[in-house]
Design a protein around this ligand. Structure first.
Ligand code: GTP
Ligand code: NAG
Ligand code: NAG
Ligand code: MG
Length: 399
């Protein structure tokens, strides 16, 4: 039976297209795991598949394991200049014990880094007793100096109240809770100025009630130091634009005065993306609202103590948005990192299983227990659109 030439050609094309399709469906996904800054970051244009679903190992390069040199109180210990850090209220003791229990079980019982607790009122004896019983490591209890916590003198009470009313109408959470604004400001620009941290370089922030799911078997602080990392995150989200309407405009004013502070390898496209959620960008006046969720952060305080950040914080603080709006420490930290730091120094700790309700980082690894692999939210599926990792992977990559 003869087949007309055009039909044969069409058939051939169909076969080629089919093979191409099959190849794409079943090609081995080769993606290097998070490595040192020497490897070029792998970018993901469209996050059709969450990289959390790929088997996750420890980061590449030499890692420091537990040893007798990490025993509590040992002389010349292998620990570096670092602390676990928690701002917490006495009433949150049970939640703190739960979070501590998770982090001690999965990581800190191997390394015994000290805990430093901060509070705007003195810690109770019960708080001190029970938290210090939850670890073999040293515990420090610090009172926040009044001048770090009080609402600054240039904030107008009347304007603060009327602004809070407006924010409440727009559905901004915690808008009329003064202590929430104070907490955001302290976490943005004050914590690293506390006298108790003057000799400390790295910190890991821990909030009450958070969960840790995976055994982490290397010294995370040494990893930060050895790989020249400034900041580590687990969760990357969009913010409520109504809480930060003038944060980006204020940032642009600051940049106009200090264009030299912008790092050449910055994360500006992540900060300004208007493709994925144009309405967020519009309401936030040019800011994507993408930020690292700062209830988890592992950071080098030298960055917050740098001239660029100090002047940036000072500018924001004077502008009043910590009170007249509800600027969070998460967008403030994230904007500063995205502008003033080399983005290859910002690390996604994909191997640290973590949850602060309602979001998670749940790695695909036998070291993890108690979370659903690759699922970044708990509850309603609309939460998925709050995930800003696709933009981070697209513009910056997997560092
Ligand atoms: N000592 C003290 N700690 C506070 C105060 N306000 C907040 N914190 C702590 O600051 C951290 C953040 O506060 P949260 O109320 O958890 O804020 P959030 O994470 O945005 O809100 P949630 O989603 O409700 O957890 C927690 O570790 C709190 O314990 C305060 O007034 N005093
Ligand atoms: C720890 O780090 C801080 C801040 O970088 C520094 O001032 C201090 O000298 C360091 N201390 C030690 C013991 O290395
Ligand atoms: C970290 O920085 C130091 C000093 O700039 C450099 O010598 C070292 O090679 C860097 N290490 C990595 C892993 O990039
Ligand atoms: Mg919280």
């Amino acid at each position: 039976m003869a087949i007309a030439r055009p039909v044969r050609a069409l058939g051939l094309v169909a076969i080629i297209v089919w093979c191409f399709f099959l190849y794409h469906m079943f090609q081995p996904s080769v993606r290097p795991l998070a490595g040192g800054s020497s490897t070029a970051p792998t970018k993901i244009e469209n996050m059709e598949r969450d990289p959390m679903l790929d088997p996750i190992n420890e980061p590449a390069g030499p890692l420091h394991r537990t040893s007798a040199k990490y025993a509590p109180g040992v002389e010349n210990s292998a620990r570096i200049n670092a602390t676990l850090l928690s701002l917490v209220r006495n009433e949150e003791l049970e939640g703190m014990l739960q979070a501590m229990g998770d982090l001690e079980r999965t990581w800190n019982h191997k390394f015994n880094y000290p805990w430093t607790f901060f509070n705007d009122v003195p810690f109770t004896e019960e708080f001190k007793k029970r938290t210090s019983e939850a670890t073999k490591a040293e515990c420090r209890y610090e009172l926040i100096p009044k001048e770090h916590w009080e609402v600054p003198s240039w904030i107008d009470d009347g304007l603060f109240e009327s602004s809070a009313e407006l924010l409440k109408e727009k559905g901004v959470q915690y808008a009329s809770q003064t202590s929430y604004h104070q907490m955001c400001r302290w976490n943005s620009g004050m914590f690293y100025k506390h006298p108790a941290l003057q000799d400390v370089q790295f910190y890991w922030r821990v909030e009450p009630k958070v969960h840790f799911f995976c055994d982490v078997d290397y010294d995370v602080f040494r990893f930060m130091q050895d790989n020249n990392k400034t900041y580590g995150f687990t969760i990357n989200l969009y913010d409520d634009p109504s809480s930060i309407e003038t944060l980006w405009p204020e940032t642009l004013k600051f940049l106009a005065e200090h264009p030299d502070y912008i790092h050449e390898n910055n994360a500006m496209p992540w900060l300004t993306d208007a493709i994925r959620r144009p309405e967020h960008n519009r309401k936030a006046n040019g800011y994507s609202t993408c930020h690292f969720w700062s209830n988890f952060e592992i950071g080098n305080m030298d960055f917050w103590r740098s001239q660029a950040y100090e002047e940036y914080f000072e500018h924001l603080d004077r502008a009043g948005g910590f009170f007249y709006e509800r600027w969070g420490d998460a967008p403030v930290h994230s904007i500063a990192l995205g502008l003033f730091e080399d983005s290859s120094r910002i690390h996604w700790f994909r191997d640290i299983g973590y949850q602060h309700i309602p979001f998670l980082n749940c790695p695909n690894s036998p070291k993890c227990k108690g979370c659903a692999v690759g699922k970044m939210y708990q509850g309603e599926s609309f939460l998925l659109k709050e995930d800003c990792r696709p933009n981070w992977f697209k513009y910056v990559g997997l560092n």
